[in-house]
Design a protein around this ligand. Sequence first.
Ligand code: PMP
Length: 419
Amino acid sequence: MNSKELYAKAKTLMPGGVNSPLRACRYVNAEPVFIENAKGAYLYDVDGRKYIDYVFSWGPQILGHQDPAVSEAAHKAIDQGSSYGAPCFGEVALAEAINKLVPSMDMMRMVSSGTEATMSALRLARGYTGRNKFVKFIGNYHGHADAFLAAAGSAAAVVPGTPGVPEEVTKHTLLAQYNDLDAVKALFEESGDEIACIIVEPAAGNMGLVKPKNGFLQGLRDVCTQYGAVLIFDEVITGFRLARGGAQECYGITPDLTTLGKIIGGGFPVGCFGGKREIMEHMAPVGGVFQAGTLSGNPVAMAAGLATLNRLAECDYAALEARTTAFTEELASIVEGKGKPVHLVQIGSAFTMYFSDKPVTNMIESGQCDSEAYATYWQQMLAQGVYLAPAGFECAFTSFAHTDEDFEKTLEAARKVEF
Ligand code: PMP
């Protein structure tokens, strides 16, 4: 079956034909292509077409698809059994590797998705502080647990909350604009002794890539320390992406808890939350905060994650950043040369080229970008073999597998786009 046929059948079996909403490509007025294979920097669809990938499964595949060391580790693990429901070596090895690279995570727990990681971190912060309220930022996405689905970014960007979440659940969710420290201070002045935590994407990746303004993260750190609230960095995207030690290494700010996902699973379903020992020891079975998972610490996922982190130790982040800068600056100048103003944001191997003539520092500004122009650009890039995120408010990723030739071919495709 080709993509068109698969999509037609998929729509009869799954809402929108997909298992995660953005994949339906509605924001770019298109139908999805169905992928058959992925290797290195490339995706191959069932229609026999090849694409240079800038999505990489929304972040996990920083080494490119089927990195030989990661594949070998996963295959080897499968040969030893796919799930035990009992402790195994891989959990300890991956936790130790994470602890070395993200030293603020004294202790951690493995789960199976980023959603579980943030949901559990929030429960832990509430259980630890005995407080219910928490602060989240408009346009930050922390997975789809009920409490976070108020003004979430990414796939939920245009949905103000969602049906199915009772008001009683989100009434404890306090909202502030990203980068607005004064708004956070005001919330704490009003109800600081009821706020369990602030959760933040230290560099935001779900309203497009948005950098934290100077002093913003330090300000959050100070407010949390002052009021005895827990600071949670959601590093599901930024972990091992912005730097080996994530955004906390990049910006030099230490959170109390961190959530991870994506890269630490090497393409398998993994999430993780962890942080200060004193807080983590409130988790069951040591403490009273409950959380559990049938597939948590899955041996295949642990092996793939560990192999990924080991491989990343040999990778040159600074070199990839420099290549990404050169590539994205040229890309932006090509599009601008066609009369479309763009605002480029790039950190390391993540970037967003906003179709906007203004800087983007929060969700309001991200929402004002020209989504029609993005759709045109996306469709024509896809037709020329370049696979970009099917929405203008997502970040794109380069990988250690991209060659200079891949970047040059992408630029060549951009030169041919007609708006
Ligand atoms: N937090 C952030 C910052 C994310 O970007 C995502 C997913 N894109 C999540 C949490 C949720 O992770 P998952 O999709 O694995 O549940």
